[in-house]
Write a protein of this length. Sequence first.
Length: 79
Amino acid sequence: MSYGLHDFLGIVGVVMVLVAYMMLQIEKLSPTSALYSGVNGLGAALILISLAYDFNLSAVVMEGAWLLISVYGLVRRRV
């Protein structure tokens, strides 16, 4: 099994999404903050990059929705 840059980016994306969610749960981030939406959106985008190399339809749908929802949150806050 080879490990490429896209794999690394996917792992970074997963860590970003999980850390954002953890920070939300321990009340260090607001669910309406631009930072929360931004970190989630960037994390989803990095995961999508990884999925472009190792395609999985259900994961692409999930991360695509996650990215769109995060972008909506950022636009709503005009960031």
